[in-house]
Design a protein around this ligand. Structure first.
Ligand SMILES: Nc1ncnc2c1ncn2[C@@H]1O[C@H](COP(=O)(O)OP(=O)(O)OP(=O)(O)O)[C@@H](O)[C@H]1O
Length: 318
């Protein structure tokens, strides 16, 4: 079976809410595809439609060229994590997987193998009802991997994982993709996908805003910009803005990573920036071609497509 997910022209309304408005994209094997967009942009609805859990009003969704509902042993084709809370609380994690395994003609050996893969061996015989959110996520990922499917679809898998868990899942997703699987991972945080996804499907208001390689997206957002480090931010801004540049405080992937001494300048080449600052006696320590974060690239892309936007706080000058 071909490892692809093909979503074509999906439309879906819930009463007066349009959840999907012509959603169209294809997920191909060999890399992690990030499925990103703001809250309410239609990611979970799309995944539910792909899995036949919800019906679209229009359009179709195929896994390996076939509708999910027509697959005889679906877990062998597609592994999915949609709602990590969906398990019987009185059952142990291992029993939950055994029950799923038996429905697919799989045995206890495979269950123990996937429990090992997700690092749940020691907790496997405890009641799943007592699991933390991170442990439930791991159990959900074990369930998705159970029948060794060529296609994986995970809705916000990083949710609830601690920093060690986040590093672990990044490595796992990359290695699953490197084995030739198609891996679709939804998130509304770009920083979660920065080092994991090779491709991005960016959505807003129920449709695709961009369908692009991560490297291309970052290159496009970096083009023509220069990063400048200076202890005299206000003076540097004034000099450069007077010369026609647009100057902004650099957007960091996380608030913790933000450096108040770093500016992003567009509209002037690096050598001209150096000349202007030197001539005006403004101290600076570094002038370099800017490498945009995925977060920045995404913000630019979705500027007009987001449903909910916080007021801009990072922009120092325009
Ligand atoms: N069962 C439902 N009944 C009514 N409205 C729904 C239902 N499921 C989704 N919606 C609405 O459809 C839109 C798309 O929701 P969806 O959950 O697919 O977005 P999402 O991109 O997954 O969001 P998030 O990042 O918050 O998980 C939202 O406006 C949501 O409120």
């Amino acid at each position: 079976m071909e490892a692809t997910i093909a979503v074509n022209g999906l439309r879906k309304r819930y009463g007066r809410t349009t959840a999907l408005d012509g959603m169209t994209f294809t997920v191909t094997p060999g890399h992690v595809t990030g499925f990103v967009g703001p809250n309410g942009s239609g990611k979970s609805t799309t995944m539910r439609v792909v899995l036949g859990l919800d019906a679209a009003d229009e359009g179709d969704a195929l896994v390996g060229g076939r509708p999910y509902r027509s697959l005889r042993e679906p877990l062998r084709h597609v592994g999915a994590l949609l709602d990590a809370g969906a398990l019987q609380p009185g059952r142990s994690g291992r029993d939950h997987l055994l029950w799923l395994a038996h429905s697919q003609g799989l045995g206890a050996r495979r269950v123990d193998r996937v429990l090992g893969l997700v690092g749940l061996e020691t907790a496997a015989r405890r009641r799943a009802g007592g699991y933390s959110l991170g442990m439930r996520q791991r159990l959900g990922i074990a369930a998705a991997l159970l029948a060794d499917p060529p296609i994986l679809m995970l809705d916000e898998p990083v949710n609830g994982l601690d920093p060690e868990g986040i590093v672990w899942i990044r490595g796992l997703l990359r290695s699953l993709a490197a084995e030739g699987r198609a891996v679709l991972v939804s998130s509304h945080l770009m920083s979660e996908l920065q080092d994991t996804a090779g491709h991005l499907v960016v959505v807003g208001r129920g449709r695709v805003v961009a369908d692009t390689g991560v490297a291309e997206l970052i290159a496009a957002a970096s083009r023509g910009r220069v990063t400048l480090r200076t202890p005299a931010q206000a003076a540097a801004m004034e000099v450069l803005a007077r010369a026609g540049a647009t100057v902004a405080a650099t957007v960091a992937a996380t608030v913790a990573a933000a450096d108040p001494r770093t500016l992003t300048v567009s509209g002037l080449p690096a050598d001209r920036i150096v000349a202007l600052l030197t001539a005006s006696g403004v101290p600076f320590s570094e002038v370099a071609a800017h490498r945009a974060t995925l977060e920045e690239a995404y913000m630019e892309l979705t500027r007009d497509a987001v449903e909910f936007r916080a007021p801009a706080t990072g922009e120092a000058a325009r």
